[in-house]
Design a protein around this ligand. Sequence first.
Ligand code: URA
Length: 231
Amino acid sequence: MTDTANHQPAPCQDHVLVSDHALVKHKLALLRDVGTSSFQFRALVRELATLLAYEATSDLCLVERDITTPLARTRGRFLAEQIGLVPVLRAGLGMVEAVWELIPDAQVWHIGVYRDEETLEPIYYYNKLPETPTVDICLVLDPMLATGGTAVATIDTLKEWGVGRIRFIGIVAAPEGIRALSEAHPDVDIYLAAIDDHLTPAPSGPDDLPEGYIVPGLGDAGDRQFGTKQD
Ligand code: URA
């Protein structure tokens, strides 16, 4: 993506990993296309979530145990930690099944939170976490990292809950969102398919786009997945 004169360049940090995989680029181009149906869009979100989760989980802790193949005794390595998946509602829901297929023993936790844009305080509307954490590492799932407000508030909650290790898996991010998330949680690695140019500004007329959309982006990832797109 190119940066336009009015926007700051995307932050280039070693905890931000943008996939260079040809399949990711191909599927992202299809996902962006305004002509892609909701059915195709959901499938592409799942496929991209699988590919990005593959990268985000490459160094998970393993434990070695004896196993018996049909031919011999040998040693095998198994996931050693309990993994939590935390979809950011609602667009992140479409990524859960894909990652769950890869890690069937993962727990899925739902936190309903958004950040009030004026006060910057997190507004919680749903939280079913038990008192103490039941997972060692959380993968926070949200296809769009726009302002970063919701991701930051979700990760604040997970850290207060006591989760020590957290990773963010998105599909498209704005530089503004990466900056906000990195400043608030520099320890959280961010896995993406692309970093786009900028966010739409506050509208100055009735024909302007709403504020806070990623450009070029892919539109409203929730509406496009769930078929609720408004004209
Ligand atoms: N959320 C979306 O679904 N799309 C954007 O462009 C920004 C936030």
